[in-house]
Structure formats: structure tokens, C-alpha cells
Design a protein around this ligand. Structure first.
Ligand code: ADP
Ligand code: ZN
Length: 755
């Protein structure tokens, strides 16, 4: 027998090795092995086992690592699709389906020393007092960690060893499983009786799950390009607080009843202890009791290792996690939930540049699982897929508690600018509303998606602007640290006392533009008594900061919470009755066809923070383009209206969702070489793309962010409906091309970031 192995060193090729007799029966698809490669020994994963190979004189596998194959054949199949569709090497795709901590050869379970009493044969010996005390403690606990015993009894390991020598206790080394949420106290919850809208949604989801059949019938593998039996995709469209999570919980329960597991994806930022707790609580007891594993980037490597193996061993049937949890080895898989499916953080911005929502849909199709996408502001892609009949839409039109949507007022900042001297940060209306809240003891959330103090330093005399030396962006002024910083590459420099232009030297240089630091400073002047807290990447540096600030806000120790997108999502504070959006147009003026969609989503989400208690909420949206459709439809909470007008703009231009985009970015330190390579690539694409009826090729053009971290960037954008086919063509085309040494090409299929 021979094994085909994908090596962990990136080589874009797989190699055959013979399976020596001592490993017979131990090597299967997904097994990790060590193999010779040239003079080296490298790690790899078996992707196929066959009778023979076309290659003669195969080298044998050196070592089999781990007892259980790490990747299930199903996840392996998903990884292969990932590599093909997103145009990346199979070993890169494979790496992303296995966490680093699981892949590493030496990472393992944590072993700890446990102490237990042994049955006493014959008469119990007379012990010195200290030893007797220790024995009593162990007796009482039956089993205790050695370290804990030593502290508890105020003794030494030596004393405990003496008891072991007498044969009274036993000290053993055992695996102590790490539990990242072990310290949380979790109270079990019961299902809530669903309201009619929830019941209707659940009925459809369950019916689809039943069509897939019970565990035994779930083996049905779909032929390539065809959906497995029972797979179906739903879009659960419901405003915040409409009871989506309860629908998820009851659908998961149904999967467990069928003997299957579930994966729940949430954006990293919403993966708060409260969210995790809601899922753990429901399945912590009762007949459907199971472990809920959690996978995200804030776990220690050891914790991730343990969580992953709990899933692989089938002890945890439910997985909740961020993007990469979509590759969790849940088997058999009945249900996948993608909460906040419109979130851009589901897209990985490095190779493999996959979109976890789309991988979820593909995995559901391959494994005959039902996929539920949930959102209050669905992506245009998902909504369009419903209109096209590919997904089924399920609506939860009202909040569970029948609360009204907050009242949204759009404030025309051009007016405020004309009335005063230049645009103020706070319009008189917003200022007045904040004053009221402070008087009534209610809370306010203020939102501005830009950190720092000012986003540019200018000289009014000569026109000098402080730019980053490595990127084509202005430097942001951070007042607390008295520095100018680049938010792309991290470059930082001191603030010059005078204009740095040698011929100018004007001391009256000015900061323009507003960031959260400046808003904080202005708040301190306007409302000196208010307790203000700022949440942005500069103030939230440590793991605990986020949690602590939100805790203080919840406890009423903060009157005004000011922050960037960090505060836009998922927070529920009943005492917040006012939300102010300082500058709503900020995301609108970006060279990205999704700018309107993003603004609409952001405004809707931020507004959703107001009025979640008994008092009706109020939202002030300050804008310089108050009549922009994204702002006006958000004001009226009208998603369908927004969808329709946005489709009118995108359809003739063949932008997603009516077609798909591939973005090719060439970068290098020499602009001429980059531009030249881009032209060359374009000519090749004109040839290889000739077979596509609907292909639009745009560019090459300088990227919106022309220079980043000292690299010049040029882009070519391709649009077609037949992206799977185009991906293959792109991979072939690129394989044949050679670029100058220092020019690299990145292929981004279905990009969300066009800069
Ligand atoms: P969403 O996920 O859409 O924001 P949730 O599922 O979190 O909504 O529901 C909001 C609140 O309403 C939660 O506290 C939840 O326990 C409660 N809830 C959900 N469904 C019902 C129901 N059918 N009856 C009563 N309360 C419910
Ligand atoms: Zn920079």
C-alpha cells in the first residue's frame, strides 16, 4: 500500500510514500505522518491511500503521529474545495483546517499529579499528626490535585510522598483537561415557548433537518457539484431582540435528538462570555446534555488543543467559535449556524482568503447538513439568494418584547456648520439630548469609527500634510502620546513643533478631522461632570479591558460610552436611551461598491443599541449628506427599500450579488515593475478569459491604497457569474506566468476589502 501525502512545507504538490508493514492499518486519509523529503524530515497529512503509485522506488513513511487521524475525510474534502475555489495551494488550505496547536507534534494534553486514597489493608497505621491531617483531607475529597492539596494542607510534597510510601495513597499523573470557561458559573436554562414567527421558522428548519434523515442515513456523500440529500440553506432575517438565538438553540436541540452535532459561528467580537454561556447553559443538563466546545483566537494554545480534541473524540457535539470553527471535526454534522452572517470578519484577509459563511454553505451541502444564516441586516448576497430561490427566507419581523424600534433623527451637519464657525462635533440637537440623559440618569452611547485625536496634520500656509513615509495615507495625531501614527503600518513619529517644510517653518500648523480622542476631550469640556469612557483599539489593549469597561457601563458607573465599531454590536443595555452617531457619512465616501451597504448596516446596528429597556430609545445621526439613501433607509429601518435601490445601482454594473468578483493585487517596491507586471497579467487574462461570455475585466489600476508598508499596489478586478470556473482558469494562468522577483500577486476571490 502507498500513501499520498500533502506536506506542510508549501510545495503545491503531493508526494507518494510507501507504508511500511509496521504501520499497516494505521495510515488512513487524514493521518499525520513524518516523511523524508530530500535530506529533511517533514510533517504532512495523508490525503489518499492507494494500492500502487506511478512512481517507482518510493521512500517509506518514517513515523505515524497521533492515534487518530486528525482530519476527517469530509473536512479534507472541504479543504480541497477551499484550495481550488480560493486559488491557493492544497497545503495552505489544509493548514487552515487544523489549528496550529493540534498540528504541532509536541503539543499535547496537560498532565497533572492527582492524589487518591487507597483502600487500607488490615489495621490503619498510627500516623504523625501532619500526615494524618493530610490523609484526612484526601479521604474527604477522594481525589485532589497534588498542588491543591499542598496549599490546602499547608504541607510539602515530601509529606504527601511519605503517605504514598506507606501505601495509603496513590499519586498518579493524569490528563487534566483545560476548560477555558471553567470559572464561569453556568445555570441551566430551559427552552422558551416560541412565539408564532419563531415556531414557523423552527418548523421549516426542523423539516429540512428531518429530510436529511437520522444519524445512520447521514453517510450519503454527494457527487461532485451536487448537494447532499437534506442540505438546505435558510436566511433567518430578524431584528435584534427578535428571538433568533432562541431559534438557534431549539434547532441545535433537534440536531442532538437526531444524534448529530452543530457548529455555531459568531463574529470574533461577539464571542463574549455571555454568548458562550447561553449555549453552554442550554445543554449543560437534561437528556440532550453535551459539552460545548469553544474555538477562538483568545484561547491559549493548550486550551485550543483540548477543545479541539473534545470535538474530535465526539464528547463535545456543539462547537461555538469564530471563523475557523467552520472546520471543526464535528461528525456527523446536522446543523451549521452563521450568526450576523453579513459581518466582514468572516472573510480571512490572508491566504487562504476564504469566507466562512460561504464555506459553511458548501460544507452543509457536502455533508447533508442544514445551514442557517442569521442577521438583522442581511448581506445583499444572502438576500439575493433568497430572491433567487437558492435559500429560504425566514422572517422574525418583531422584537420579542414588542418594543418599538428607536426613533431615528438625521441631523444635517451642513446647517450646523453654517450656523457656527465650521462644523462642530456636536450639533445643538445632540448636545441637548445628552444633557437630558445626564439629568435623567440615563445612559448614552456615542459612536465614531475613527480612533486617535485628529486624522491629519496640515499647514494652512504652505499646504503641507503629514503623510506616512511607507503608505499613501495621512498620519493620525494621538494627543495622549503626542505622536503621529499610521493606522496601516504602525509607523509613529513625534509631532513637529513647526511645519517641517524647510522654506515654511510655520508654527501655526493645524490638526484637522476628528477621532475618538478629540470627542472625548470635547465631552470633558461640554459635560465636565459626566463620567465618560472610551472604547477603541487604543484603550482596549488588554484582554480584560473590554469586559471590565462593559461591566462598569452595565453597573451604571459610566454615563457616556464613546467608541469605534467595537461598541456597535450585540450589546444589550436597558438603561441606554440615546445613541449618537457623530459622523455617519464617514464610511460612505470610500472607493468601494459596498460603501452604502456598510453604512446602512452600521447605522442599523448602532441604532439597535438604543431603547432596549422600558423607555423608548432615540438616535441622532449626524451627517453631511443627510439625504443619502443608505442613511435615509436606515432611518426608516427599511431594509427592503435599501435592498431594492442598491440593486438598481449594482445590477447594470455587474457587481455582486448579480455576479462574483475576483480581485488580483500585484505588489512590489518598484512602482514601474508592478505596473508593468499588471499590464502583462491583463494581456494574459484577455487570452485565457476569452471563453467566458459574461466576464468583465477592469484595470489594471493603482489600488485605492496605492502604497502600503512600502509596497506599491496595482489591481485588476474580474467579474463573472461562473466563479468556480474562473478560479481554475486563474490558477492555471498564474502558474504559467513569471513576474519579476520582487513582485508578488495575491488572488482574492469574493473580496470584501477592495482597498
Ligand atoms: P436575537 O438573537 O434575535 O437578538 P434573542 O434570542 O436573544 O434575540 O431574544 C431576545 C430576548 O428575548 C432574550 O432574552 C430571550 O431569552 C427572549 N426570548 C426569545 N424568545 C422568546 C419567546 N418566545 N418568549 C419570551 N421571551 C423570548
Ligand atoms: Zn504607514
Amino acid at each position: 500500500m502507498i500513501a499520498r501525502v500533502s506536506l506542510e512545507i508549501a510545495l503545491r504538490k503531493e508526494f507518494d510514500y510507501s507504508i511500511p508493514p509496521e504501520f499497516a492499518g494505521k495510515v488512513d486519509v487524514g493521518t499525520r505522518v513524518q516523511v523524508p523529503f530530500g535530506a529533511r524530515k517533514v510533517l504532512g497529512i495523508v490525503t489518499a491511500v492507494a494500492e500502487e503509485s506511478a512512481v517507482v522506488k518510493l521512500k517509506p513513511i518514517i513515523k505515524v503521529i497521533g492515534e487518530q487521524s486528525l482530519v476527517t475525510p469530509k473536512v479534507l474534502r472541504l479543504a480541497r474545495w477551499l484550495g481550488e475555489y480560493y486559488c491557493c495551494a492544497p497545503e495552505v488550505a489544509l493548514k487552515s483546517v487544523l489549528p496550529e496547536s493540534v498540528r504541532k507534534e509536541d503539543a499535547g494534553w496537560r498532565e497533572r499529579l492527582f492524589v487518591r486514597v487507597l483502600p487500607v489493608a488490615g489495621e490503619f497505621p498510627k500516623l504523625p499528626k501532619r500526615q494524618q491531617d493530610v490523609w484526612n483531607l484526601v479521604e474527604e475529597r477522594r481525589e485532589i490535585l497534588l498542588a491543591e492539596l499542598v496549599t490546602l494542607a499547608g504541607t510539602t510534597a515530601g509529606t504527601v510522598r511519605k503517605l504514598e510510601d506507606r501505601g495509603l495513597i496513590q499519586i498518579t499523573s493524569e490528563i487534566a483537561e483545560r476548560d477555558p470557561y471553567g470559572r464561569e458559573e453556568i445555570l441551566p436554562t430551559l427552552p422558551i415557548v416560541p412565539n408564532p414567527a419563531q415556531a414557523a421558522a423552527l418548523a421549516k428548519i426542523k423539516a429540512a433537518m428531518d429530510a436529511a434523515g437520522p444519524k445512520e442515513a447521514a453517510a450519503g456523500e454527494a457527487a461532485a457539484g451536487e448537494a447532499a440529500k437534506g442540505s438546505a440553506t435558510f436566511l433567518l432575517y430578524g431584528v435584534t431582540g427578535s428571538g433568533k438565538t432562541e431559534v438557534y438553540l431549539q434547532a441545535i436541540a433537534h440536531a442532538l435528538e437526531q444524534g448529530k452535532g452543530a457548529i455555531i459561528l459568531v463574529p470574533e467580537i461577539s464571542l463574549t462570555p455571555q454568548t458562550v454561556e447561553r449555549f453552554k447553559a442550554r445543554f449543560s443538563s437534561g437528556p440532550l446534555q453535551t459539552l460545548v466546545a469553544v474555538l477562538h483566537s483568545h484561547l491559549s494554545s493548550g486550551e485550543r488543543h483540548d477543545e479541539w480534541h473534545k470535538i474530535r473524540q465526539g464528547r463535545a457535539r456543539i462547537v461555538i467559535g469564530a471563523r475557523s470553527a467552520i472546520f471543526a471535526p464535528v461528525e456527523p454534522l446536522g446543523l451549521i449556524i452563521v450568526d450576523e452572517e453579513h459581518e466582514h470578519t468572516y472573510k480571512q484577509e490572508e491566504a487562504p482568503r476564504y469566507h466562512a459563511r460561504d464555506v459553511a454553505i458548501m460544507r452543509g451541502q457536502m455533508e447533508g447538513a442544514v445551514t442557517v444564516l442569521g442577521s438583522a441586516t442581511p448581506s445583499l448576497e444572502s438576500y439575493y439568494n433568497c430572491e433567487q430561490g437558492k435559500f429560504t427566507r425566514l422572517d422574525l419581523p418583531e422584537r420579542v418584547d414588542n418594543q418599538k424600534m428607536p426613533y431615528v433623527r438625521v441631523v444635517d451637519m451642513r446647517q450646523a456648520a453654517r450656523d457656527g464657525q465650521g462644523p462642530p462635533i456636536f450639533s445643538p440637537q445632540l448636545k441637548e439630548a445628552i444633557t437630558q440623559r445626564l439629568e435623567r440618569g440615563e445612559q448614552t452611547i456615542l459612536f465614531l469609527n475613527r480612533r486617535g485625536y485628529s486624522n491629519s496634520l496640515q499647514c494652512p500656509k504652505c499646504g503641507f500634510v503629514a503623510n506616512c513615509p511607507n503608505c499613501s495615507v495621512t498620519l493620525t495625531y494621538h494627543r495622549a502620546e503626542q505622536k503621529l501614527a499610521c493606522h496601516i503600518c504602525g509607523h509613529a513619529e513625534k509631532v513637529p513643533p513647526v511645519c517641517p517644510e524647510p522654506k515654511c517653518k510655520n508654527p501655526a500648523i493645524r490638526f484637522a478631522g476628528t477621532g475618538t480622542q478629540k470627542v472625548e476631550a470635547v465631552l470633558a469640556k461640554l459635560f465636565p461632570k459626566a463620567r465618560v469612557s472610551r472604547m477603541d483599539a487604543d484603550t482596549m489593549k488588554r484582554k480584560d479591558d473590554y469586559r471590565r469597561t462593559l461591566g462598569d457601563f452595565r453597573a451604571g458607573k459610566i454615563d457616556i460610552l464613546l467608541g469605534t465599531q467595537m461598541i456597535a454590536k450585540g450589546l444589550h443595555f436597558p438603561n441606554v436611551t440615546l445613541v449618537g452617531i457623530i459622523y455617519a457619512d464617514m464610511a460612505l465616501h470610500q472607493p468601494d461598491f459596498r460603501a452604502g451597504e456598510r453604512t446602512f448596516q452600521l447605522l442599523t446596528q448602532v441604532s439597535g443599541r438604543a431603547g432596549r429597556g422600558d423607555v423608548e430609545g432615540e438616535v441622532f445621526v449626524q451627517a453631511f449628506t443627510p439625504f443619502h439613501p443608505a442613511i435615509q433607509y436606515a432611518r426608516r429601518h427599511d431594509f427592503t427599500g435599501f435592498y431594492e435601490q442598491e440593486m438598481e445601482f449594482r445590477t447594470p454594473l455587474k457587481y455582486p450579488p448579480v455576479s462574483r468578483v475576483a480581485l488580483l493585487t500585484l505588489k512590489g517596491r518598484n512602482e514601474d515593475k508592478v505596473a508593468f507586471s499588471a499590464d502583462h497579467l491583463r494581456r494574459e487574462l484577455d487570452k485565457t478569459g476569452a471563453g467566458f461570455k459574461d466576464l468583465v475585466i477592469a484595470g489594471p489600476a493603482p489600488a485605492p491604497l496605492l502604497r502600503a508598508e512600502n509596497f506599491y499596489r496595482y489591481q485588476i478586478m474580474l467579474r463573472t457569474r461562473a466563479m468556480s470556473r474562473l478560479s481554475r482558469v486563474l490558477a492555471d494562468t498564474v502558474q504559467k506566468l513569471t513576474f519579476p522577483d520582487d513582485v508578488t500577486l495575491a488572488i482574492d476571490i469574493d473580496p470584501v476589502n477592495l482597498s
